[in-house]
Ligand binder design. Structure first.
Ligand code: UDX
Length: 441
């Protein structure tokens, strides 16, 4: 007997657009809100402003159903919604490790000003623990007198490339609430997911904020753990790939996020561990998460090591050497280049004097804008032509599928660094390639 709430989603970036579209497809009436008119225009015209498999089709479906609309008006959003999801970004602050929460405060203030009926505001953005308490205070002092507005926290765990799947069928839902009413509203807002079997953890708002950064810190730590083992392997000539395989068979450890290689990048893991360490320091518990600095440092050292491997392969000096860099995105099936290990390595090679040519199936436009100093190939084969060395930086399937013979026929020298352990060393060596990988003899 629950009434279906009408939803607004404030911030139509990666998280917000995905959430808005998926919720409309699930049957909710949804209004997407953004201060950026051009984003609103593109979404209204049925265009997803970023790369995410499956999402454009769902946007068309949601728009056709009439259940999804977009606006720049917070007044309209306040009038329309029973439950308002705040999905704006919290980027790393320039010159600091802290998260910039100003967009979250701006969006909440702008919405609260207009809220003159009972509503639930739900924070989804990744924030430093304690932010929700400040936002609740802001709402209490900004919302018109007499309006009953509550704040809840509902962190989001979606992965790029799997955003639709993760939103429609989440591993878990975390509801950080201050009242039974807020919990009811959230349960009504996620009824299809709950019905489908997604477990719900109901807790206080602070714990809910913490779940997100704790989860991402754990994942980053797991990756850096195996990459630390790769460093040890490199020193003694052991094989981190076999090591990881053997560890993964221990069901308590598991093989997920235990893939050694160039390490993590993207808009979340690097910034979240830094922001968490920074926040913990402010709270006086910096020591408890001091290991996150090490996790970050291990991750950065992988990039340096990859550059060193290329330098060794070409005989010790990168000057004037042609290097084909395969991949720019921070991971495959994404056009996201934020803190991408791939572009970091490519531009370091360039600064070291190499003539670097980059190819990526989806992220070329973004890469060109961010790194105009690099060369870009129009196709994989064109990028490889005449290369003195190849480095695989993002494990796109088309890089894994190309036969060593085919690649060998266009390069100048058969030398490859496999930065993602994506290729079979036996096959490549058999085809006459000098094959090197991080953490492998
Ligand atoms: C991550 C979290 O997975 C997600 O739950 C959270 O909501 C946002 O941050 P995402 O940034 O989309 O998602 O990327 P993810 O798939 O987690 O990969 C992160 C990085 O780690 C990539 O650069 C990837 O290449 C790297 N990685 C991942 C490894 O190096 N080894 C692994 O074993 C797994």
């Amino acid at each position: 007997g629950e009434v279906t709430p009408r939803l607004t989603v404030i911030g139509t970036g990666y998280l917000g657009a995905t959430h808005a579209i998926c919720m409309a497809v699930q049957g909710y009436e949804v209004l997407g809100v953004d201060v950026d008119q051009s984003k609103i225009d593109r979404l209204t015209a049925g265009e997803v402003p970023f790369f995410e498999p499956g999402l454009p089709e769902l946007l068309t479906k949601a728009l056709t159903s009439g259940r999804l609309r977009f606006t720049t008006s917070f007044a309209e959003a306040a009038e329309f919604g029973d439950v308002h999801f705040i999905c704006v970004g919290t980027p790393q602050m320039a010159g600091s490790h802290a998260a910039n929460v100003s967009y979250v405060f701006d969006a909440t203030r702008e919405l609260a000003r207009h809220l003159n009926r009972r509503a639930l505001v739900v924070g989804k953005s990744t924030v430093p623990v304690g932010t929700a308490a400040d936002l609740a205070e802001l709402i209490a002092t900004t919302a018109p007198a007499g309006s009953e507005i509550e704040l809840a926290w509902n962190p989001e765990f979606l992965r790029e490339g799997f955003a639709v799947e993760d939103t429609m069928n989440p591993d878990r839902l975390v509801f950080g609430v201050a009242s039974a009413w807020a919990e009811e509203q959230l349960r009504a807002s996620f009824a299809p997911m709950i019905e489908q079997g997604s477990p719900v953890v109901v807790t206080d708002r602070m714990t809910a904020e913490l779940v997100k950064v704790a989860a991402n810190s754990f994942l980053a730590t797991k990756i850096s753990y195996i990459n630390a083992m790769a460093e040890v392997c490199e020193t003694i000539g052991a094989d981190v790939q076999d090591l990881a395989t053997a560890l993964a068979y221990d069901s308590r450890i598991g093989g997920k996020f235990l893939k050694p290689g160039l390490g993590f990048g993207g808009g979340c893991l690097p910034k979240d561990i830094r922001a968490f360490a920074h926040r913990a320091g402010e709270l006086g518990v910096g020591q408890a998460v001091a290991f996150l600095h090490e996790v970050d440092a291990i991750n950065q050292r992988r990039r340096t090591r990859a550059v060193d491997l290329v330098r060794e392969l070409v005989g010790g000096d990168l000057t004037g050497k042609r290097v084909a860099a395969l991949g720019a995105a921070f991971k495959p099936n994404s056009d996201d280049i934020r803190d991408a290990p791939a572009l970091d390595v490519a531009s370091t090679l360039h600064r070291a004097g190499a003539q670097v040519c980059v190819f990526d199936p989806a992220a070329l436009d973004n890469a060109r804008r961010a790194h105009p100093e690099l060369e870009y190939g129009e196709s994989l084969l064109e990028t490889l032509r005449g290369a003195d060395a190849v480095i695989l930086l993002t494990e796109w399937s088309e890089f894994q599928e190309i036969a060593p013979e085919v690649m060998g026929s266009v390069v100048a020298h058969r030398r490859i660094v496999d930065g993602r352990h994506a290729l079979d060393p036996m096959a490549w060596r058999a085809a006459g390639w000098e094959y090197r990988a991080l953490g492998r003899p």
